[in-house]
Design a protein around this ligand. Structure first.
Ligand code: ZN
Length: 485
């Protein structure tokens, strides 16, 4: 079978829930562009949710965005400012009702696309991040450490191995020349380890909270963090790294950079709390909030944990009045909906396990604007293991047995989350599929899939496929398993 020279880097359908009534035609109302040293971000403003296919083509290098049932209600060219990778933008009607936007690029680029629901003064958005460089298999681009690039590379490999398979339907008609990519045969499943970066809070000149008995937060959280790493390393299919394994100071963004360098699937920052009096006690788990803190306490705590960078003298990133910071915040805000949902899911698993042996200070995962959790693409949690300011909890936090229980709860909670939704190329995903016995009436969603494409390749109608899976939306998520009627 022949396929066009397409790098399928399709992150289609990113897990936003859609109303069943979203069939109404959408309008593309605007395009915004930012460029910085990491690449170019394009934000497509839409009047309502629209199904989107995003992929790249080469010779010449282009980014293509197909928006289902969408009309153009803006002048796209005005968004092009000559900076970054974008040369020109044009659009056309496709299949009668769909809109195709073609972005001409001045070099090869790797896209990462996701949708955002209305928020922050904007309506529905489709965001496409373009990282420079071709993401061909094995030829990692010079930067190396960018997890978005890495993730897309993995997905491309998966997609490419399928290109010799049964894709039909949604391949765009652009070129008849098969490429080396499209001729490649299927690769064995990578069965890779899920990477967790464990971040013991504070360190060095930043001691964190202190207890009446003289315990410093930086020391107990290092001990607990090392135990979390050991527990995860002992689990099949997991590999853990520490941001620090001694008493050194690392700025908050340095910690997330370490997570990126390791291509982390998950980031967990371990802390111990301080209360206004000796009475508060118990564990709490926090995820990032994009829109304000869930409680006054969460807001206060975020401010206090974020202060770490002020101690370290790298406060430039933290001045909220700084224009750069505002822009950065907006950009971060755009990226995080999907990862925050994963963080909340894992955080709930951790809390459930801690509740078996310790009091919970908050029974649900709280949210606030923690700088250390602001990795747009890595689900992240901050665990306040307990209150150092409470004398009996200070004693507990110093006890190896209690530290071990906390570490077990954190590691197992994270594992539980990944058992539920493993990355498609992970050992856990492979094991899950083996256990299913490869039933032929099931299909696992791969990068680049659309519901209509799957229906076509399985020779079933779209309606029957929707019905068999109780779908009220055509939005798929990677790894989702569909029943084929
Ligand atoms: Zn702390």
């Amino acid at each position: 079978m022949k396929y066009p020279a397409v790098l399928w880097t399709l992150f289609a359908m990113i897990m936003m829930s859609v109303m069943a009534s979203a069939a109404q035609a959408a309008q593309l109302e605007g395009l915004r562009q930012w460029t910085d040293s990491d690449g170019t971000r394009l934000v497509f403003d839409l009047s309502s949710e629209a199904k989107a296919d995003v992929f790249t083509l080469d010779s010449p290098d282009r980014l293509v965005i197909d928006l289902a049932d969408t009309t153009l209600n803006t002048t796209l060219g005005s968004a092009v400012d000559g900076r970054g990778m974008v040369r020109d933008v044009r659009s056309g009607v496709r299949d009668g009702t769909d809109l195709r936007v073609v972005v001409e690029l001045d070099r090869k680029a790797t896209p990462n696309a996701f949708k955002l629901p209305p928020g922050g003064g904007h309506g529905y958005r489709l965001v496409v991040d373009l990282a420079p460089g071709e993401s061909g298999g094995g030829t990692s681009s010079s930067g190396g450490g960018d997890p978005i690039t890495a993730m897309i590379q993995q997905q491309e490999q998966a997609a490419r191995s399928r290109l010799s398979g049964n894709r039909t339907g949604s391949t765009p008609p652009v070129s008849n020349e098969p490429t080396a990519e499209s001729r490649q045969t299927a690769k064995p499943h990578p069965r890779r380890d899920i990477v967790v970066v464990v971040d013991p809070g504070h360190g060095g000149k930043d001691p964190g909270a202190s207890g009446p008995g003289g315990t410093h937060e930086k020391n107990v959280v290092l001990q607990i963090g090392k135990r979390v790493k050991a527990k995860l390393d002992a689990m099949q299919g997991f590999k853990a790294y520490l941001t620090r394994d001694d008493d050194t100071f690392i700025p908050l963004r340095g910690r997330t950079r370490i997570a990126r360098r390791h291509h982390a699937d998950f980031f967990v920052s371990v802390h111990a709390d301080a209360g206004g009096s000796t009475s508060p006690r118990g564990t709490s788990v926090y995820a990032l909030s994009q829109h304000g803190a869930t409680s006054e306490r969460a807001r206060w705590l975020a401010q206090s944990e974020n202060r770490s960078d002020l101690i370290g003298g790298v406060d430039g990133d933290l001045n909220l009045d700084d224009k750069d910071q505002v822009l950065r915040g907006v950009l971060l805000d755009l990226s995080m909906t999907a990862t925050v949902n994963d963080s909340l899911s894992a955080g709930t698993d951790v809390l459930g396990r801690v509740s078996n042996f310790n009091k919970l200070f908050h029974s649900r995962v709280e949210q606030a604007g923690f700088v250390v959790l602001k990795s747009p693409d890595i689900p992240s949690l901050l665990v306040e293991t307990g209150f150092l300011t409470n004398p009996s909890e200070e004693r507990l936090l110093n006890s190896p047995a209690h530290q071990d229980k906390l570490a077990t709860a954190i590691a197992q909670g994270i594992r539980q989350h990944f058992l539920r939704s493993p990355p498609p190329d992970s050992l856990l995903a492979w094991q899950r599929d083996q256990n299913r016995g490869g039933a032929s009436n099931e299909y696992r969603v791969q990068p680049g899939d659309t519901l209509s494409g799957i229906a076509a390749s399985k020779n079933v109608s779209l309606a029957a496929l929707r019905r068999a899976n109780n779908l009220d939306t055509d939005v798929l998520r990677l790894g989702q398993v569909l029943k084929i009627p």
